[in-house]
Design a binder for this molecule. Structure first.
Ligand code: BGC
Length: 745
């Protein structure tokens, strides 16, 4: 796109018809106020609105007011700050903005990814709950706390689909599936934005990272992304669209290039799709320095050139890249770019400031009393515990070892993470002075008091190579009724820039499990991690395994509730767990290929590995309960449907075990023959159903045209007549009911 073409014309040229999708159409009163304000703004002041700096706050230290950043704020050269938080600090910085000529309030943004004052489970853990209400509650609680603490904006939700657990940022997302990911994306946006911007407890969501960041080659963070348009549209974009339809106020672009063009300078993504086809009325913030990084990408000559490319492609705000302040003025003055590009971006930023009510009262989020009350609200911890319980996946439970009896005499609590409080916070939590998260050991103490003797041995550190602590741990195990082990990753092992080529249990932790298992005692292993890890020996030999991820403030209490059956686990994996790194990328919605592996004993000249099965160790959608469920009575309302019909699907779910509990009934479809090959299975719906012991319920689904559609050879969204296989199960690899129907016309 020529940088000299004004944006309004560009819109007509590339965006086609400007629709607003389900985004709210701009409010005319606000638009008029923006017109009036922009008429008074100098070019520098306009560029200032597009400039975001980070605060100088050290993790716990005070703000320094003599930084040039604050002089810039006073001069109207800054539109937003990130990493300034708390009523005191945000008020102080806003007061500086109020000394600027036009008194345009600042936006305060922060990574409120899984909780603010109260830490919730990491997003991947929450995704395992398959519980949209719980996920919305988590975001709502975080937003209420953050809004009471001076913040207007969170850089969440992260909706990047990823099928590569080597990529440390899988912990921030919802896993591998676009359908589940889309529902979760929408739930988080609703949670953050509550009843809408303008309410004092609503903060702006920022959907990130646009786009395809989760497909970094070989799982190496920031690496190149090269993918077909089909994969982009079918798998990577849907959660972004769902978040937009849920009303997301802002988007963040991404560090990666997509097919040779950095996302930050990518007009196809930001102008054609997001602002054109999807009618997004909010603004796009760059990722940290991603505008300037286009120089390193080999896409821009210098920062000024990067500014030209970014603003032209639709990046509205520059996060800590300093490219817009350096380059935009000159680019407009020498007519390299049109002022229309700047005006459009500024309008988008101001629109959100008006919608938040900041022009009426720039301090409306800065009430110290409210901050204290909300941050100390005990209901927030209860919410965190509830969501944590729902996030724990029961992977194995040999001989129904779990739930543990409350009549046990002693438990040996062993492992490097058993007493860890810090690691329960996960990578993207907000740090607090004297913060305390409940460790597994404390959770167990809270639960059993003096009734059961707990003995503790660390055994080894997470990354240790020394076995010096094994003897003490083995001794503790020998003297206990049962062993509970806590292994996994420290909080900083999965997250941004935390790619790993090996994703086995770190260090010698699996050797420690072997040593403990050799005592002959029954062993429950809790794995605390930010990504799917590989732990084949443990999977085959431990008696019971709970995948607990990093669960946040109430981690230990939630784990103790699950261990003793005060909560019956019901979570399901949102990502496939590989047997070996060599299987990655590994995902359930794969294609059949021309040579599918039908018999594992006959892999030759089949699409197969000769040294291991194709299948994951634990599949997408897998997770056990303390009870058992029976699926029966699958009924389809018709054998043939037309495009306008809706197919009613019902089945019966019965709790056949000894405990009340929940099951996630998962519905998958396969389009058997199409002009473009389709995956062997695609999740199209699910229901999480609670049943008392012995109780049955009818579970119903509706299949409509949308669920049968895909992008055809011309990349047009729609259906093709033909047969579909319908599968219902409790995991992607455990289909319990199956049927077929035909789509006619
Ligand atoms: C991350 C973003 C984050 C930003 C601000 C970047 O490094 O990629 O996800 O929002 O920093 O902290």
């Amino acid at each position: 796109m020529s940088p000299k073409i004004p944006f309004t014309i560009v819109c007509l040229l590339i965006g086609g018809q400007l629709t607003f999708g389900q985004q709210k159409a701009p409010n005319t009163v606000i638009e008029q106020k923006i017109d009036a304000l922009m008429a008074k703004m100098t070019l520098e002041e306009k560029i200032g609105q597009l400039n975001q700096y980070t605060g100088d706050r050290a993790a716990t230290g005070p703000l320094t007011t003599n930084s040039t950043k604050y002089l810039d704020i006073k001069a109207g050269k800054v539109g937003s700050m990130l990493n300034v938080r708390g009523v005191t600090d945000t008020r102080m910085v806003q007061e500086i903005a109020m000394q600027s000529r036009l008194k345009i309030p600042l936006l305060f943004g922060l990574d409120v990814i899984h909780g603010y004052r109260t830490t919730f489970p990491i997003p991947l853990a929450e995704a395992a709950s398959w519980d949209l209400g719980a996920i919305e509650l988590s975001a709502r609680t975080a937003a209420t706390e953050a809004a009471a603490s001076g913040l207007h904006w969170t850089f969440a939700p992260m909706v990047d689909i990823s099928r590569d657990p080597r990529w440390g940022r899988v912990m921030e997302g919802a896993g591998e599936d676009p359908y589940l990911g889309s529902l979760i994306a929408a739930a988080r946006v609703k949670g953050f934005q509550g009843n809408g911007l303008g309410n004092k407890d609503a903060i702006m969501a920022c959907v990130k990272h646009f786009a395809a960041y989760g497909a970094a080659i070989a799982g190496r963070d920031y690496n190149t992304v090269d993918m077909s348009d089909r994969l982009l549209w079918e798998v990577y974009l849907p959660p972004f669209k769902a978040a937009l339809d849920a009303g997301a106020a802002t988007f963040m672009n991404s560090f990666n290039e997509l097919n040779g063009i950095p996302a930050t300078g990518n007009a196809y993504l930001q102008r054609d799709i997001l602002k054109g086809k999807w009618g997004f009325t909010g603004f796009v913030v760059s990722d940290w320095g991603s505008i300037s990084e286009m120089v390193a990408h080999g896409f821009a000559k210098d920062k000024t050139d990067a500014a030209r490319l970014a603003i032209t492609a639709g990046s509205d705000m520059d996060m800590e890249g300093h490219a817009y302040v350096i380059g935009l003025k000159k680019l407009v003055e020498d007519k390299t770019i049109s002022i229309d590009l700047i005006n459009d971006a500024v309008r988008r930023v101001l629109r959100k400031k008006y919608e938040l009510g900041l022009f009426d009262d720039p301090y409306r989020f800065s009430d110290a009393q409210r901050e204290k009350k909300v941050l100390e609200d005990p209901a927030n911890k209860v919410a965190a515990r509830t969501v944590a319980e729902k996030s724990i996946v029961l992977l194995k439970n040999e001989g129904q070892l779990l739930p543990l009896s409350k009549n046990l005499k002693s438990i040996a609590v062993i492992g490097p993470l058993a007493k860890s409080s810090k690691d329960m916070m996960g990578f993207w939590s907000v740090k607090w002075d004297n913060d305390h998260l409940v460790s597994l050991y404390e959770g167990l103490q809270n639960k059993v008091g003096n009734n059961i003797k707990l003995t503790y041995a660390e055994g080894c550190g997470v990354s240790d190579t020394s076995r010096a602590g094994f003897a003490e741990a083995v001794n503790a195990a020998k003297n206990a009724d049962v062993v509970v082990m806590a292994v996994g990753e420290t909080f900083d092992m999965s997250g941004e820039a935390k790619s790993h080529a090996n994703i086995g249990l770190p260090g010698i932790q699996e050797d420690l499990i072997k040593a403990i298992k050799a005592t002959g005692k029954q062993v429950v292993v809790l794995i605390m991690a930010g990504r799917p890890l590989i732990f084949n020996w443990t999977a085959d030999h431990a008696n019971s395994i709970l995948y607990t991820w990093w669960l946040g403030s109430e981690a230990g209490n939630a784990m103790a509730n699950v261990l003793f059956g005060d909560y019956n686990p019901a979570a399901k994996l949102p990502m496939s767990f590989p047997r070996a790194e060599g299987q990655i990328p590994l995902f359930y919605a794969a294609k059949n290929t021309g040579r599918p592996l039908l018999n594992i004993k006959d892999p030759l000249y089949k699409s197969a590995y000769l040294d291991m099965p194709n299948t994951p160790k634990f599949a997408f959608g897998y997770g056990l309960s303390y009870t058992t469920f029976a699926f029966s009575n699958l009924k389809l309302s018709k054998a043939q449907i037309s495009q306008t019909d809706k197919l009613q699907v019902t089945c019966t779910l019965q709790n056949t075990g000894k405990y009340a509990g929940e099951e996630v009934v998962q519905l998958y479809l396969q389009d058997l023959v199409a002009s473009v090959t389709r995956p062997v299975k695609e999740l199209k719906d699910f229901r999480k159903v609670f049943l008392q012991t012995g109780e049955s319920k009818e579970v119903s689904f509706v299949i409509d045209k949308e669920k049968l559609s895909f992008y055809n050879q011309q990349m047009k969204w729609g259906t093709e007549p033909g047969d579909f296989k319908l599968m219902i199960g409790n995991s992607s690899d455990n289909i319990l009911l199956e049927s077929k129907f035909e789509l006619i016309d």
